[in-house]
Design a protein around this ligand. Structure first.
Ligand SMILES: [Zn+2]
Length: 139
């Protein structure tokens, strides 16, 4: 049983320009915390998880498996205009120690972005168009 991690960085909405205060973006990843509780993570923090846990939290794309860094996409909802936004979350391999959170940033949803990510959360996939989802599948 694992629970969610919540990302602390402030995020700026691509639609209305609202910037969330730190800890208030409500950006989270389910099933990425080995402890039976929620945890706040900031870039630089080490997560005691393996590659399989990442594949659980973010469904792999055609680029899987990743190299020394994982580029993952997660969904968040702007508290200002309520639109679904995309966050690029990057983790770095620390071998047996786990994966370190490198950065979290709000990014525009483009097909080029989708071509360069290793995995995308189910919550974000649920909001995507068929032509976007197709970019994540092997060709
Ligand atoms: Zn907004």
């Amino acid at each position: 049983m694992s629970n969610a991690i919540w990302y602390t960085p402030a995020l700026t909405c691509r639609d209305c320009g609202h910037t969330t205060p730190p800890r208030e973006s409500r950006l989270r990843s389910a099933a990425l915390n080995p402890d039976p509780s929620d945890r706040w993570v900031t870039p630089g923090d080490l997560l005691d998880v393996g590659l399989l846990d990442l594949a659980d939290a973010f469904e792999p794309s055609a680029l899987w498996p990743p190299g020394p860094t994982v580029r993952a996409l997660e969904a968040w909802t702007c508290p200002g205009c309520r639109t679904t936004q995309v966050a690029l979350v990057i983790f770095a391999d620390e071998s047996d120690a786990g994966w370190r959170l490198v950065s979290v940033e709000s990014v525009p949803m483009t097909l080029e972005l989708l071509d360069g990510v290793h995995c995308v959360s189910q919550g974000l996939r649920d909001t995507m168009y068929p032509e976007q989802l197709a970019r994540l599948s092997p060709r």
